[in-house]
Design a binder for this molecule. Sequence first.
Ligand SMILES: *[C@@H]1O[C@H](CO)[C@@H](O)[C@H](O)[C@H]1NC(C)=O
Ligand SMILES: *[C@@H]1O[C@H](CO)[C@@H](O)[C@H](O)[C@H]1NC(C)=O
Ligand SMILES: *[C@@H]1O[C@H](CO)[C@@H](O)[C@H](O)[C@H]1NC(C)=O
Ligand SMILES: *[C@@H]1O[C@H](CO)[C@@H](O)[C@H](O)[C@H]1NC(C)=O
Ligand SMILES: *[C@@H]1O[C@H](CO)[C@@H](O)[C@H](O)[C@H]1NC(C)=O
Length: 784
Amino acid sequence: MGRLFILCELSVVAMVILLSVDRTEQLQSSQAHTLLRIRRLLNHPPVLSSWTDRTDFCNMEPNSSLTVVCYEDSVTQLHIIGEQGTPQLPENFSMESFITTLVKLPNLKVLTLASLGLRGPLSGKIARLSSLEIFNVSSNLISGSIPEELSSLTSLQTLILDGNAFSGQLPDWLGQLQELTVLSLRKNSFNGSLPDSLGDLDNLRVLALSHNRFYGQVPDLSSLTNLQVLDLEDNLLNGPFPKISTKLVTIILKRNKFRSGIPINLNSYYQLQQLDLSFNSFVGPFLQSLFALPSINYIDIAGNKFTGMLSVNQSCNEDLMFVDLSSNLLTGNLPDCLLNLKKVDVLYARNCLSTGDQDQRPISFCRNEALAVGIIPSNKNQKQASKTVIVLGITGGIAGSIALAGLAFFVVRRSNANRGNKTPPTRLILETASTGYTSKILSDARYIYQTMKLGSLGLPAYRTFSLEEIEEATGNFDSSAFMGEGSHGQMYRGQLKNGSLVAIRCLKMKKSHDVQNFMHRIELISKLRHPHVVSALGHCFECYWDDSSVSRIFLVFEDVPNGTLGNWISGRRSRQMLTWAQRIAAAIGIAKGIQFLHTVIVPGLFSNNLNITDILLDQNLAAKISSYNLPLLGEELGKDGKKSSSGGSKEIASRVNHADKNDIYGLGVILLELMAGRQLKTKTEIDAIKDQIQSSVAADAAALRSVVDPTVQKASSEQSLRTMMEISLRCLLNDPADRPSIEDVLWNLQFAAQVQDGWRESYSSEGSPGSPSQPPSLRLTIPK
Ligand SMILES: *[C@@H]1O[C@H](CO)[C@@H](O)[C@H](O)[C@H]1NC(C)=O
Ligand SMILES: *[C@@H]1O[C@H](CO)[C@@H](O)[C@H](O)[C@H]1NC(C)=O
Ligand SMILES: *[C@@H]1O[C@H](CO)[C@@H](O)[C@H](O)[C@H]1NC(C)=O
Ligand SMILES: *[C@@H]1O[C@H](CO)[C@@H](O)[C@H](O)[C@H]1NC(C)=O
Ligand SMILES: *[C@@H]1O[C@H](CO)[C@@H](O)[C@H](O)[C@H]1NC(C)=O
C-alpha cells in the first residue's frame, strides 16, 4: 500500500501535468535561462541532453524522467530524475549556488530533483520557493540538518528527503507544517528522539522514517487519524507499541528495539494490509486472529519473543501473500488455512510448533525462553499500590493468613457448581518468570535454607505454565474440576499432561494491584518448597490485551490427595483414623513445616493462623501445611470466618517481637485436637480440654488416658502421651514469651515418637501402616 499510496500522490501530479500541457505557454526568457543554468550546474546530465537555447520548455513532451510544467509564463513544476551511475558532479559544485539559481523559478509548486548527485547541505534559501507543495530530492548526497527556513513553507504537502546524508535531530518546528501529508526521510543519518510535534501533523498520511538512527519512544500519534503508512524500519526506537489510529494500512516497525506486547485492538485495524514487526523484542502472545483481518496480505513477526499456541482452526484472509513467523516462541499447530492458500509464502522455522519440520525446537525451549519474558508494569498508581500492599502485609501478619492452597475452599465447596467456560474471550496470557524480575525482598533476604532438600521433595522444578496448559488441566475450567470458591477466586483440581494431579488457585487481579509487588510474592512462593508445606509447582499469568496488565493469576500447587488432618482424627473419613504414632508423626511434620516457614527467609513467615483443617495429608499420610501468611494481592485478610487460633489479636499487637509464638499456640491447639480426637472450634472448647489435661497430666496413667480419644487411649505409651500433653500445655501458655521455641517443640515431639516406638516394640499389637518397626534411635525422622 505504501507503494500504491505514493502512486496516488503521483497521479495527482500527473493530472496537473496533463491539464497544463494543453496550454501553450511562452516561458519568460529569464526562467529559460535559469533552466539552462541548472543544466550547466548539474554538469550536463544525460537526462537534460535535449535542452538547447531554443527549446520550448513549456511545450516539451513530458516523460517519467523529465517534465517541465508552466502556468502562464512561469515554471510551476520541474521534475528531473537522473540516471543511477551518472558521473559525480565536479569538485567545484556548490549546493548553495545551485539553490540560488533554482529559486529564480519562484512559482515552483512541485520540485523533484532525484538521483542527480546533489551534495552538500541544503541551503535555507530553498524557502524562497514559497509556493512549494511537493519537494522531492531523493537519492542524492545532501548532508547536514534540515534548514530551519523550511518551517516557513506552510504550503508544503510532501517532503521527501529519502536516500541522502541528512543528519541531526528532527526539528520540533516540523509540527508547524500543517499541510504535510507525506513526510519521508528514509535512509539518512538522522538521530535523536522523534519530536512530539509529529503528533500535530493532522493531515499526515505517510510517515516514513526508516533506516536512520532515531531512538527513544515513538510520540503519541493517535490523533493522526489520516495516517495510513507508518514506516519506522531499522532505527533504535524502543518503548511500547506506538500509539496510532486504527486506520493504518501499513505498519513497519522492523528492526528496532521495541519490547512490549502488541495491543489487542490491532484486531480492529480493518484497513491493515501490511504488518511487519520483525526483529524486535516484542513479547507476549501473538494475535493469531490477525491472519483473518479483512485487508491483510503481509505479516512478518520473525525474530521476536511472541508466545502462544497457534490453532489449526484459525481462519485466514484469502489475500495473504506472505507470512513469516520464524524465530519466536510459538507452540501449537500452524493454521490449516496458511498451508492451504496457494499463493501464500509461509515461513515458521525456529519456533516450537508441532509441525515437525522447518527446524522446530522442543516445547521446553519455548517455555524456558518465555521465562525471560516480562510484563512491563504500568507506572500509574505504583506508589499508592505499593503502599497499600505494605499496609495490608502488616495487617496480614496480625490478622492471620490466607489459605494459599485453598483449604478455605473445602468449607465453601459447591456440589453442583455450573461454572465452566468462564474464561474471558479476549484476553491473552503473558508467560512470565520470576527470574525476569529483580526482587528487593529477595535480594535483601538471607536464605537460611539455601540448600533446601529439593531432591527429597520429589517435585518438578518450579516453572511457568501457559494458559493452554491450565485450561487443558482443568478441562477448560469444567464444573467437574471446580473445588470451591473463596473470597479471592476459585479453586480447581486438574491433571497435567504428564498425569500428575494439581490444585489450581485462580486469583482475580484488580487494575489497582501492583504487578511488580505481586511478582515478589510469586518469587517467594516459588521458594516455598518443603516436604511439609503444600508446594507450588508454578504459575500462569493471564493479561489484558490493551495494557498488558494482569487480569488473573493461576497458582499451580501439588495435589495433596488425602484430605485434611481434621478429617483423619474425627472419623469423618469412614473409620479411617490415624493411630497415635501417626498422629505424632503428623505433629512432627507440622512442626517441621512451621520451622521452615519461620526460617526460609528473613524475616520469616510468622503468624500462619494454623488450623487443623489447613493441614493436608498426602498419599503417605505425611502432613503438609497448606495455609501460610503470605498476602498475595493486598486482599482483605483474616475475614474469611476462620477461628482465630492465634491467641487473641490484642495480645499479638502488643508483642510484635513474639510473632513466631503465634504459630506455637496454633500448633498447641492442633496437638490438643490430635489427642482429643475432634476439632476444637471455640476458645471455650480449647480452654476446657486444656484444663482437663492440666489436671490429669500429673495424675496416674488411667486418669491420663481418660481425657483422650478412645483410639489414642488404647494404643499410646504413657510416656509418649504425657510428653505430648506437657508440650501442648506449654504451647498454650498465655504469655507468648513463655511458650517454647519450635525447636523445643520438635525435640519433644520426636521424643514422644521414640518412646511410642519403644512402647510398640514391647506391645507390638498395633499395625501402623507406613511405620515399619525400626530401632527407636533411628526413628527421629518422620515416616513418609
Ligand atoms: C524523456 O525525454 C527527454 C527529452 O525530452 C529524453 O532525453 C529522455 O531520454 C526521456 N526519458 C525517457 C525515460 O523517456
Ligand atoms: C567548475 O570547474 C570547471 C572546470 O574544471 C569550469 O568549467 C566550471 O565553470 C566551474 N564551475 C563553477 C560553477 O565554478
Ligand atoms: C520522489 O522521487 C523519486 C525518484 O523519482 C520517486 O521514486 C518517488 O516516487 C518520488 N516520491 C513521491 C512521493 O513522489
Ligand atoms: C547525532 O548526529 C550528529 C551528527 O551526526 C552528532 O553530532 C551527534 O552527536 C549525534 N547525537 C547523538 C545523540 O547521537
Ligand atoms: C477445530 O475444529 C474442529 C471442528 O470444528 C474441532 O473438532 C476441533 O476440536 C478444533 N480444534 C481446535 C484445536 O480447536
